[in-house]
Design a protein around this ligand. Structure first.
Ligand SMILES: [Mg+2]
Length: 478
């Protein structure tokens, strides 16, 4: 991997709010400082997001710097502004700065900056058009796939899709010319599926997941606090986050091939990765590297000294897979594990995904037998121990009490998230609204806990679905 392929620098900056009553003017002031400082390095676009949705005490900014091929020096120069505070387990062009013990009194960009993520971006920010209709397209048949090339980007298409996704959005593995291709599967091994029952179940789960995620993330908006205390929903539209974006990729792969194709799933995660959807820094980094041709197998194992991440990221996106394979639990367990490994190789993350997938497959039943049935399929470990504990706590009605024992996702670990989510589901398996409010009441990683709960319970109320941002067209849900 070489630096010249980077075209711009992407910064996420978070400042402590000094004037809680005037977020707009404070935000504008900080943005002016950011523009002034960063303007030295090239054209700069600063976007103000206001209070950060996950930590309302912080203001959030995203900055795109287009330094005309000088990305390497710009990243070095930015890091030199604050020599301490960088997390050096990441790479210098993909690092996180935090104000902390290691750098007392140090300032990065502005005195109120609490933390910042710094990334070299290889192409335009995801989500903006990378090419326009009418750009010349070259499609080449290769021994394995048909490749296309347009506007300096290359990708691979399968079957009868075209590079603009006019039929369906099958456009995988976008990466700059000159990079090695992503590892892609041999399409001759694959049979498109037409199982509408599985598909319908998965779509219901995906909708439940998206609404849980989107409404749960509204919990972090300070203006909504009163509404949530009264158990009223805030006005829409509610934007979904990384949980839904990744679940859409899981669904898209199943919808096309009826099973998890890991290389394809990694390519979809990477292609549809949107910085502004609340991904954690290590996932941001991993998906960028996959997009550039990195091997997800190596990248997924890098975390935790080679054991892989035990975060809740595999569990948060897996419920639609569980609904898909609800008629075949043996296959479901294997497929859930395959879907987890693409980003979360640690056995606890895999166990969390298996538990959620099984829960999404089971029909409604009384709380105790429901969790017993989940436990039958979950391998031994911390996640399983947590679910056993959740089973014991089913007689308790207060979500805060249950969460104080089981966790509420605050550590964003599988074992800190899945047992509580399953506790909430077990108590309200057939009532989406009550399950949501129960899950949301404990605080913590509300969007992810509610995404898990919503994905398991499935089909949300029509009014909630209407208030939720629509699923992306590329997911093919229709
Ligand atoms: Mg999220």
């Amino acid at each position: 991997m070489s630096l010249p392929s980077y075209r711009s620098v992407h910064l996420r900056v978070f400042t402590v709010r000094r004037f809680p009553d005037a977020p707009a003017s404070e935000s504008a002031e900080v943005a002016t400082v950011l523009r002034g400082t960063l303007g030295r390095y090239g054209a700069v676009a600063v976007r103000e997001h206001g209070p950060y949705w996950k930590i309302p005490e912080h203001l959030e900014f995203t900055v795109h710097l287009a330094p005309s091929g000088r990305v390497g020096p710009v990243l070095d120069a930015l890091r030199a502004l604050a020599p301490g505070g960088w997390d050096d387990t990441l790479e210098r062009w993909d690092s996180v700065w935090t104000r902390g013990d290691g750098n007392p009194g140090e300032v990065f960009l502005h005195p109120d900056v609490e933390w910042a993520g710094l990334t070299g971006v290889e192409a335009d920010p995801v989500g903006t058009p990378r090419y326009r209709d009418g750009d010349p397209v070259r499609i080449a048949d290769t021994p394995r796939n048909r490749e296309w090339e347009v506007a300096g980007l290359r990708g691979v298409v399968y079957g009868d899709a075209d590079p603009y996704g006019r039929n369906r959005s099958w456009r995988y593995g976008v990466f700059p010319v000159g990079q090695d291709s992503l590892v892609l599967i041999d399409e001759t091994e694959l049979e498109p599926v037409t199982d509408t029952e599985r598909r319908d179940r998965a779509i219901a789960s995906l909708r439940g997941l998206a609404v849980g995620d989107a409404l749960g993330s509204q919990f972090f908006v300070p203006e909504n606090r009163g509404a949530f205390e009264r158990r009223e929903t805030p006005p829409g539209p509610w934007e979904w986050t990384d949980d839904t974006e990744m679940a859409c990729s899981v669904f898209a792969v199943l919808d096309r091939y009826g099973r998890v194709e890991q290389d394809l799933l990694a390519a979809l995660f990477a292609e549809h990765h949107d910085f502004d959807r609340g991904y954690g820094p290590s996932t941001n980094r991993m998906l960028r590297l996959v997009r550039e041709g990195g091997d997800w197998r190596e990248l997924a194992r890098e975390a935790f000294d080679g054991r892989g991440s035990w975060g809740n990221g595999a569990a948060m996106r897996v419920a639609p897979l569980g609904a898909w394979f609800a008629d075949d639990l043996d296959t479901l367990v294997a497929q859930a594990a395959l879907s987890a490994e693409v980003t979360h190789a640690h056995p606890e993350a895999v166990a969390g995904a298996v538990a959620v997938a099984v829960a999404a497959a089971l029909p409604p039943s009384p709380p105790g037998p429901f969790l017993d049935a989940v436990l039958e399929r979950v391998p031994a470990g911390t996640v399983r121990d947590g679910i056993v504990e959740a089973r014991r706590l089913l007689t308790i009605a207060d979500p805060s009490v249950a969460a104080s024992v089981l966790g509420n996702g605050r550590q964003v670990a599988a074992h800190d998230t899945v047992p509580f989510a399953l506790w909430a589901v077990a108590r309200h398996r057939d009532d989406y609204v009550r399950a949501f409010w129960t899950a949301a009441a404990a605080g913590g990683d509300v969007d992810t806990v509610c995404a898990i709960v919503g994905g398991i319970v499935g089909e949300p109320p029509a009014a909630w679905l209407a208030a939720c941002e629509p699923l992306p067209t590329w997911a093919g849900v229709g």
